[in-house]
Write a protein that binds this ligand. Structure first.
Ligand code: IMP
Length: 204
């Protein structure tokens, strides 16, 4: 990774290395006002690489590098997940996989709760969401940023908003879960918001 000559994002096209339309929209909302025009990797027919990294940053970087290399344009990718202290920071980079092939986050949350109960009350219920963002250029230059939000896990899950593990996560300083919270409020304090703030400060 080369952080020595940090680089700015110029107005123009930015490939979003994801096949998730929600992520493309999010980049459009955050970076569109700065003249950045997101293009989805799906619309360019780019493949989705296996997430073989052992950290959030490594996975974001490998996705951004491949998309930049194949498209010849700068590319952005993210990787995120829930890290539970009592579980040795699992599910971590495997957060999506804990939901199984049907992407059943009711199941994933139950699994987390079962593991917490097995760990016992003294292990505590602290957890954090992590988000890594990486921007890569076709010449292999990389810039990466991480955001984190700390909180505790509740059971049973509460609220229908958000996605993934939101209904069992209460951020520190709040009473509501991410699933109960007004979406604008979540987007203001989330791990993803923190990572984007750092990215904007460095690259725009
Ligand atoms: P990714 O799309 O590979 O980054 O997978 C991230 C997974 O982590 C998602 O499928 C969710 O399970 C979990 N996750 C990441 N961010 C959040 C969040 O803000 N709320 C709830 N779950 C999240």
């Amino acid at each position: 990774m080369n952080y020595q000559d940090s680089r700015k994002l110029q107005p123009g096209k930015l490939v979003v290395a994801s096949h998730n339309p929600g992520k493309v929209k999010e980049v459009a909302a955050l970076l569109g006002p700065h003249g950045i025009e997101p293009v989805s990797a799906g619309s360019l027919g780019l493949p989705e690489p296996d997430e073989t990294g052992t950290t959030f940053a490594a996975n974001a970087e490998l996705k951004a590098l491949l998309a930049a290399d194949l498209s010849g344009m700068p590319a952005i990718a993210d990787d995120s997940g829930l890290c539970v202290e009592a579980l040795g920071l699992e599910p971590g980079i495997f957060s999506a996989r804990w939901a199984g092939p049907d992407k059943d986050f009711g199941l994933a949350m139950r699994l987390v709760e079962e593991h917490l109960e097995r760990a016992g009350p003294e292990a505590g219920r602290n957890a954090h969401f992590m988000c890594a963002l990486a921007v890569a250029w076709p010449d292999g230059h990389l810039e990466a940023f991480e955001g984190r939000v700390d909180g505790t896990l509740v059971w049973p899950p509460r609220g229908n908003g958000g996605f993934g593990y939101d209904p069992m996560f209460v951020p520190n300083g709040y009473d509501q879960t991410f699933g109960e919270m007004d979406p604008d409020e979540k987007h203001r304090i989330s791990h993803r918001a923190m990572a984007f703030e750092k990215l904007k400060a460095a690259l725009l």
